[in-house]
Design a protein around this ligand. Sequence first.
Ligand code: MG
Length: 112
Amino acid sequence: MHDNNIKVQEIKDRVKTFVEQRNWQEAHNPKNLAMSIAIESAELMEIFQWLSIQESWEVKNSEQFTHLKEELADVLIYCLSLSNRLDIDVTTIIEEKLKKNEKKYPVNEKND
Ligand SMILES: [Mg+2]
């Protein structure tokens, strides 16, 4: 857990450096980054458009899988960039939201 947290910070720093070295800070404002997360999410969805549920599972074993991983990475990179610009600790917000979700959606004991 702790080691993963260090790795997240390393990736966040790398994303920050990538943006700064290209002088993209002005374009990478919260509005544009939020829009970019949605746009990259749409690119991810486009891979599955018109596929059946069964076909969506088969993407993992197709030549489209590399494309899927790249679009997922694009979404995650923009998420980390937004967290950089707004000084948000992603580990903390995920842990807090998971706690909230666990309360909101308690385990149904009937299913155990
Ligand atoms: Mg993309």
